[in-house]
Design a protein around this ligand. Structure first.
Ligand SMILES: NC(=O)c1ccc[n+]([C@@H]2O[C@H](COP(=O)([O-])OP(=O)(O)OC[C@H]3O[C@@H](n4cnc5c(N)ncnc54)[C@H](O)[C@@H]3O)[C@@H](O)[C@H]2O)c1
Ligand SMILES: [Zn+2]
Length: 271
């Protein structure tokens, strides 16, 4: 299995890197696997009995903005402070070694691929990014970079005033992230990225493709479905699914039951 993975990587002309929250775990970031995982990462919400789905709700920005910004401000600060683990660099080394074209497709909103030096034009953030903001109403279609300083009281998980605001109407702003029950998310930036990915697939779909999937869960299976669609629809594509708890995928695709960093290091050692 490992030998097969190394051969697929060695021969790839194109890499499609698909990543869920598990990709950040080896950088020290929490995934939100089930309420238990979420509450372990955020004990303040465990005390309040509030789930991830309840936290990730756009209504807080209008009903109780310091609560809304408490969760997203804390995550903004966490992701800004995080150093991407060595696995990000191992894949970059493979791209250079093979002189390969690449695209990243991720449900993560944490900006870690950009931070590790991946090209912003080759990244599709299917759920948006915490590093971009929009108006909560929204009063216009503007999406802008999040350069706000957000201070959080960690005991209550509430953001202190002043809260980030829309420059056009003065309302409290919100991250340009697709939340649960979200009718006000502006998808335009993600749509632009989707079009870039479509063009990439039109150009590269018939080449030898290695899909490296890491840390994508089955609860919200967007990323797993993306990997599988490429794996089944493109003649010369093989998926390498790296996931310690739910690595299953049908042959000829390759399943590695370990963490992302460990899996990448094991493949790299054979190249
Ligand atoms: N960093 C982020 O941006 C972030 C973090 C948490 C959740 N989210 C959001 O919440 C949703 C969660 O879905 P999801 O499937 O991405 O995450 P998830 O939390 O549902 O699942 C995480 C997956 O990662 C695996 N995993 C755990 N440790 C790992 C490791 N060391 N290496 C590789 N894999 C590991 C788990 O087995 C699981 O399958 C997404 O829509 C995403 O937008 C984002
Ligand atoms: Zn506005």
């Amino acid at each position: 299995m490992l030998q097969d993975a190394a051969r697929i990587v060695a021969e790839a002309e194109v890499f499609i890197i698909t990543a869920g929250a598990g990709m950040g775990v080896d950088s020290g970031l929490p995934d939100f696997r089930g309420d238990h995982g979420f509450w372990q990462a955020y004990p303040a919400y465990a005390r309040l009995g509030i789930s991830f789905v309840e936290c990730a709700n756009p209504q807080h920005f209008s009903n109780d903005p310091s609560f809304g910004w408490g969760f997203y401000g804390h995550r903004t600060n966490l992701y800004r402070d995080t150093v991407p683990h060595e696995g990000f660099h191992i894949i970059k080394k493979w791209l250079e070694r093979n002189r390969a074209d690449y695209f990243v497709v991720t449900s993560n909103v944490d900006g870690q691929f950009q931070k590790a030096g991946y090209d912003d034009d080759r990244i599709l953030e299917v759920h948006g990014s915490i590093h971009r903001l929009q108006c909560q109403t929204p009063c216009s279609s503007s999406i802008w970079l999040n350069d706000e300083v957000i201070r959080i009281d960690e005991a209550t998980m509430r953001a202190r005033a002043p809260l980030p605001r829309c420059g056009e109407c003065g309302e409290v702003s919100r991250p340009n992230i697709l939340m649960f029950g979200d009718w006000s998310w502006l998808p335009d930036h993600t749509h632009t990225q989707e079009h870039a990915f479509d063009r990439f697939m039109t150009k590269n779909g018939n080449r030898r493709i290695a899909v490296i999937e890491m840390g994508a869960g089955s609860a919200i299976p967007t990323i797993r479905a993306t990997s599988e669609r490429i794996g089944w629809n493109c003649t010369h594509a093989t998926v390498i699914r790296i996931n310690p708890r739910e690595p299953e995928i049908k042959v000829p695709h390759i399943s590695m039951a370990c963490g992302a960093l460990e899996g990448l290091q094991k493949i790299d050692a054979l190249l």
